[in-house]
Structures are given as structure tokens and as C-alpha cells.
Design a protein around this ligand. Structure first.
Ligand code: TYD
Ligand code: MG
Length: 457
């Protein structure tokens, strides 16, 4: 007789085990295995399946991807040209960042263009969703909504309605009745994603699973979800700030290096197509500020990097990095002290990328170094507050040398477009750059005369 089966799944890595263990054999995390009980399955048909015939790849038919453009340029670009029919996208982000707003606007635009859409809400009531839609422009009010948390009902509705794009807000609120465990538990989330993926593929429905993000920034629920879906989008930024960035952490149908920039306003999210102009316009030019010519995917983006260096009572002193990697900050501070005579050993150092933007590239090193040096010396870079802002990019090596980074030409063109001078960059970056072979030389080019003293660290 078929019986219910019990298994244990790691909430961190998705590893499956037959019995409970204190430590996950997959990722070595403690107390992460959770019990899953599956209702009795029909008798297995082991040994009775007919073999299938593999097909030579050249003979496999590969129809062109059908793309659904949402009309939100930044979202479409990050997706690689719009949603692919039959694909499943996980959209993660902390509460209040604007996931429901973004998906609501995308659905609204598609509905206004006569496409079939469906918004499944397990988190808010249909009335609450309506209130949000009233604030949004476009066809947000024309989107059919379903307030439902039962997975079977959602699957049946999807199958009957056959929308072209369906948003599930959120994956953690749906519940499969034949599985124990509360909605949002590892087994539940995986089952929900699995069932919806199969339906999406079979019916050519593009499905967006909205997912919550834990405090430390990881997508909540099992990491295994990231393997199941075609595309993982991360919506980030600080809730108090207006700017939000959307990036693809995984994309089977496009690049993972594209970034979309949005601003949260009264009428919803507004695309920031000219993000560089905004950020340069807002740059302070005070001591501790510099403009970084960064690359976000294929697009150059100018962002202001700010630093504050202040005497500290703490041992060790604080090292706070917002928008850049903390380890990278530690490296830059070490090289500044050792090779450029700017020691900040006993001081608190805060570094911040303005606007709540994140730059994850070694090309940001030089900007961090210049901002910290300016802050430590208390001098504005370049010609001071009245002069054009100073731009820079470049990776810093452990011996104090500046190393070239990708696309110097595009970075320089963007910097020129917004009037940055000088643009300090590694040797070999090309015409228009104030080239510097080392960090020390870069400091000399950026700081006013007399501000660089070759003090031994
Ligand atoms: P929401 O999309 O509900 O966030 P999430 O689904 O990620 O939790 O919206 C988050 C915030 O955005 C909310 O606090 C209100 C604000 N907001 C605006 O400022 N303008 C708008 O037009 C809308 C719809 C929301
Ligand atoms: Mg929401």
C-alpha cells in the first residue's frame, strides 16, 4: 500500500536527506533541515516506462523566442528584451521596495495593449491591490486580479484563463494542500515553483514569482528556487531613498550585467533613463566626494562616491561601506596607507555610493581611494566646489598600481558628456583621460597642490 513519505530538506541549500541531522551535509549549516511529509503517491511504474529517443541538437527545432514587452524600458532591458513566453522569473526584494508596484505597472501596460494578464495576490486583498492600481497610470485597473492562496485553485485558474503574463505576489503565500508545512516553508515554496514552472512551460505563460528577501539580502526560501527558475531579478535600494535598481542575478534569456534604474514617485515607479545626469547634478563636490564612471552592464553610469573620515574612540575603528563591497574598502584603505601616504588607521571610515546605488566592480576602487583621501585631508578634489566635478575609474592593485578596467572608452565618453574634468584613469585608458600609473600619481592629479604629502604610513 502506498504510504505518505517523509524527507528532510535544507532551507539553505535545498539538500535532501532521508533522516533529520543537526548539520546539513550539503552546506554544513546547523539546524537548517526541515521535515516534509508528502501524501501517498500512486504506485510507482518502475521498469515500465518506454525509452525515449534523443534528438541530435542540429535537428531540434528552436522557434524564435516570443517576447512580451512591458513598455517599462528599464525592466525590458534587464530581462533581455521583455518577458519570454513560458519562462518563469523570480523577482526578489525587501518589503516596501516596490515589487508589487513594478509588477502592477508591467501588467497594466500589457493589459492596455490588449494582452491577457493575471495578478494573483496572496498577500493583499483585491481591494488593496485596487487602491494601488488607482495610483498607477496605464491600464493597471484593467488587470484581472485573483486573491487566492491555494495552489490548486491558482493552477486551475491559470489553466482556464491562459494569460500571457501572470504575477504571483508572492510565492511565499501560496499553499499546496497535499504537502504539510506552512505556506512559505521550504517544501511549500519549492512545490509552488515546481507546479507553476511546469504549467508555464506547457502553456507558454510567462510567470513572475515575487519573493521576499531576508535581512541579509538573500532570497528567502530555499536557494533551490533559484535553480528552478529561468531568471532571477533583484530589486534593491534603500526604502527611504527614491532610487531603486533592478538587476538580473541569473538570466537564461539575456545578460546578467544589465541594470535598470527607477525612482519611486507618487504615481508609481518612473524610469531613470538619464541616471548619470541625475547623479552628477546631485554630486556635492565637497571634500570626500568624487564621481565614478562605472559600467552597469553595457551602459556607463556616473555615480557619486562619498567618504567621511572621522577620529574614532573605537578599537578597531568603524569601516562602513554602502553600495560597495566591504572587503574592497579594506583593500583600498590598506593600499592608501601603505603606498600613497594616506593612513586612516585610527579613524572611522564611511563610504557611500550616493542615491542608494550599488557598484559591484573593481573599477570603483580608485573612486573610493580618492574620496577617502579627500575626506582625510579635508580638501575638495580638482578645482573645488566651483569647478567641474572630478571623474575617475580604475582598479587598484596590491602594490599601489592602477590597473585598467573594461570599456574605458565608454566610461570616458560618458564622463565627457557630463563635463567631468579631469577624468583620472589607469594608463592606457585612452585619449581624454588624465592617465596615472599608480594610486600616488592619481592622488597628485586629483588633489590640489600641497595636499599630498608623501608621508610614510
Ligand atoms: P510596494 O510595491 O507595495 O512594495 P513591495 O511589494 O515590494 O513590498 O510599494 C512600496 C512603497 O512604495 C509603499 O510604501 C508605497 C510606495 N509607493 C509610492 O511611493 N508611490 C506609488 O505610486 C505606489 C504605488 C507606491
Ligand atoms: Mg508587495
Amino acid at each position: 500500500m502506498a504510504r505518505a513519505t517523509t524527507s528532510f530538506t535544507c532551507s539553505e541549500c535545498g539538500h535532501e536527506a532521508a533522516r533529520w541531522m543537526g548539520r546539513c551535509p550539503g552546506c554544513s549549516a546547523w539546524n537548517t533541515l526541515v521535515e516534509e511529509v508528502r501524501a501517498a503517491a500512486p504506485p510507482a511504474r518502475a521498469g515500465r516506462a518506454a525509452p525515449a529517443r534523443p534528438v541530435r541538437l542540429a535537428d531540434v527545432s528552436a522557434p524564435a523566442e516570443v517576447r512580451l514587452r512591458t513598455g517599462l524600458g528599464e525592466l525590458d532591458r534587464v530581462l533581455g528584451g521583455g518577458f519570454v513566453a513560458g519562462s518563469i522569473v523570480l523577482l526578489g526584494g525587501s518589503p516596501g521596495i516596490g515589487k508589487s508596484t513594478l509588477t502592477g505597472m508591467a501588467l497594466g501596460n500589457l493589459a492596455a495593449a490588449g494582452r491577457r494578464t493575471l495578478y494573483v495576490t496572496g498577500e493583499e486583498s483585491a481591494a488593496q491591490v485596487r487602491l494601488r492600481a488607482e495610483r498607477l497610470a496605464g491600464g493597471a485597473l484593467d488587470v484581472p486580479a485573483l486573491a487566492e492562496t491555494d495552489l490548486e485553485t491558482v493552477v486551475a485558474t491559470l489553466d482556464a484563463e491562459r494569460p500571457e503574463l501572470c504575477v504571483i505576489d508572492s510565492v511565499q503565500t501560496l499553499h499546496a494542500a497535499d504537502l504539510t508545512g506552512a505556506a512559505g516553508s521550504v517544501g511549500q515554496v519549492r512545490e509552488v515553483a515546481d507546479r507553476l514552472t511546469r504549467l508555464a512551460k506547457a502553456r507558454g505563460i510567462a510567470v513572475v514569482l515575487v519573493g521576499h528577501v531576508t535581512k541579509d539580502g538573500a532570497l528567502a526560501g530555499p536557494r533551490v528556487l533559484e535553480h528552478l527558475v529561468d531568471c532571477v531579478l533583484q530589486f534593491e535600494g534603500e526604502r527611504e531613498r527614491t532610487y531603486r535598481t533592478l538587476r538580473a542575478l541569473k538570466n537564461r534569456f539575456g545578460s546578467t550585467s544589465e541594470v535598470g534604474v527607477f525612482e519611486m514617485r507618487q504615481g508609481g515607479l518612473v524610469e531613470v533613463a538619464d541616471a548619470s545626469a541625475r547623479f552628477v547634478g546631485e554630486a556635492t563636490r565637497a571634500p570626500g566626494s568624487v564621481v565614478l564612471a562605472a559600467m552597469e552592464g553595457s551602459r556607463p553610469l556616473l555615480v557619486e562616491v562619498q567618504a567621511l573620515v572621522s577620529p574614532s574612540e573605537l578599537v578597531p575603528p568603524r569601516r562602513i561601506a554602502n553600495g560597495i563591497d566591504r572587503n574592497r574598502l579594506a583593500l583600498v584603505l590598506a593600499v592608501l596607507g601603505r603606498h600613497a601616504g594616506v593612513g586612516v588607521g585610527g579613524a572611522d571610515v564611511f563610504v557611500n555610493v550616493a542615491g542608494g546605488v550599488r557598484v559591484d566592480e573593481p573599477g570603483a576602487d580608485l573612486a573610493v581611494a580618492l574620496a577617502v583621501a579627500g575626506a582625510a585631508r579635508g580638501v575638495a578634489l580638482g578645482g573645488g566646489p566651483e569647478a567641474p566635478p572630478v571623474g575617475c575609474f580604475g582598479e587598484i592593485g596590491l602594490t599601489g598600481e592602477l590597473r585598467t578596467v573594461g570599456h574605458p572608452d565608454r566610461r570616458l565618453a560618458e564622463a565627457r558628456k557630463f563635463g567631468l574634468t579631469p577624468v583620472i584613469a589607469p594608463t592606457g585608458s585612452g585619449p581624454g583621460a588624465a592617465e596615472a600609473p599608480t594610486l600616488r600619481a592619481a592622488l597628485r592629479a586629483a588633489l590640489p597642490r600641497g595636499a599630498v604629502r608623501a608621508k610614510a604610513a
